[in-house]
Ligand binder design. Structure first.
Ligand code: FE2
Ligand code: FE2
Length: 335
């Protein structure tokens, strides 16, 4: 079904056509305009984007799991409705992003196969467990907050379908962050036990959220090329520093603290600095050895199997519609 939606991957071109394509591509990038699916693009640009957009799509749908676990345990009907809407938004983000990735020439089926076979990556943050209700607050505030910081600049990414998908995603992410903040605010102003629960959740999600921006700049070999192609606009460390600055302000309003006593504003560089992060842990989680990696993939596989009948029914319906359409056209030609 998905394969029929694919944009065609360019056929073999002559060296002259390639050179003209490269010149056009370079001009578009220099003008800071947009590359569209049918434009010529360097193979490495296509590959980089396909990896980034598909990983991003996988993160959205795997990211539904830690929160979906709490829908049935939300403390009120209102909280349940809000959380359900939020988790549903994440499914929608996955949909926009898989669609954007398909325009680069890979079917959604293939991307999904890679994910459930454990061959594709997704954000390491979703391999941590959500232990208490306060984690819904910390995830919304810190994880969606970090996602916004990362994603707002991606609205200007040079690849059209990706940038346009990000515009809508960012609008929804800001609602997600506010709902997380509001959960923490209420807990923080509740009983001492509730406040402690909120603080504990912030303590556990703070460092993994900071690591969402990716490895430090000197250990991020692909960043430079992505910035030259106008996919990325700011380096990992730059975005991380901005995020810390935002959180420092907001945590005061929450009446909580960040578990990092080395946060400071460097007057010389005009940047926020934070304490050391455990990059060994980051690489371990990314390599599949985090607390919930196996569980997340297992759940994704089960959901994929459970949904097989829906995909089959949709494909059968699409076939029927197509047959009807072509019969109608034949009739019209004959008339
Ligand atoms: Fe999202
Ligand atoms: Fe979100």
């Amino acid at each position: 079904m998905a394969a029929q939606n694919l944009q065609s991957v360019p056929a073999e071109l002559t060296p002259e056509e390639d050179a003209a394509g490269q010149a056009h591509f370079d001009r578009i990038i220099a003008e800071d305009s947009r590359i569209e699916p049918r434009d010529w693009m360097p193979a490495a640009y296509r590959k980089t984007l396909l990896r980034q957009v598909s990983q991003h799509a996988h993160s959205e749908i795997i990211g539904m799991q830690p929160e979906a676990n709490w829908i049935s345990r939300a403390p009120s009907l209102k909280r349940k409705a809000i959380l359900m809407a939020k988790v549903q938004d994440e499914a929608g983000h996955g949909l926009y992003l898989y669609s954007a990735a398909e325009t680069l020439g890979q079917s959604r089926d293939k991307m999904m196969d890679d994910l459930i076979a454990g061959k594709a990556r997704y954000s390491s943050i979703f391999n941590y467990p959500a232990l208490t209700w306060a984690d819904m607050g910390a995830i919304g505030w810190l994880v969606d907050g970090a996602a916004i910081c990362n994603q707002v600049p991606l609205c200007r990414a040079s690849y059209g379908p990706y940038g346009r998908a990000m515009v809508r995603i960012c609008k929804e992410e800001s609602f997600h962050q506010r709902q997380g903040f509001e959960i923490l605010l209420e807990l923080s102003n509740g009983t001492p036990e509730q406040k402690q629960m909120a603080q504990d959740a912030v303590n556990r999600w703070y460092a993994p959220a900071l690591m969402m921006f990716g490895p430090p700049d000197d250990d991020s070999p692909n960043s430079k090329q992505s910035m030259a192609w106008n996919i990325k606009r700011f380096s990992n460390d730059e975005l991380r520093s901005r995020f810390v600055g935002m959180m420092v302000e907001q945590v005061r309003v929450l009446g909580l603290t960040l578990p990092d006593d080395q946060i400071r504003f460097n007057e010389d560089t005009r940047k926020w600095e934070h304490g050391p992060l455990d990059w060994d842990e980051f690489h371990e989680v990314l390599a599949g050895r985090g607390p919930c990696n196996a569980q997340r993939l297992e759940r994704r596989r089960a959901a994929h199997d459970d949904g097989a009948w829906v995909r089959e029914a949709a494909a059968a319906y699409a076939d029927k519609q197509r047959a009807k359409q072509s019969a109608k056209q034949q009739k019209e030609y004959a008339a």
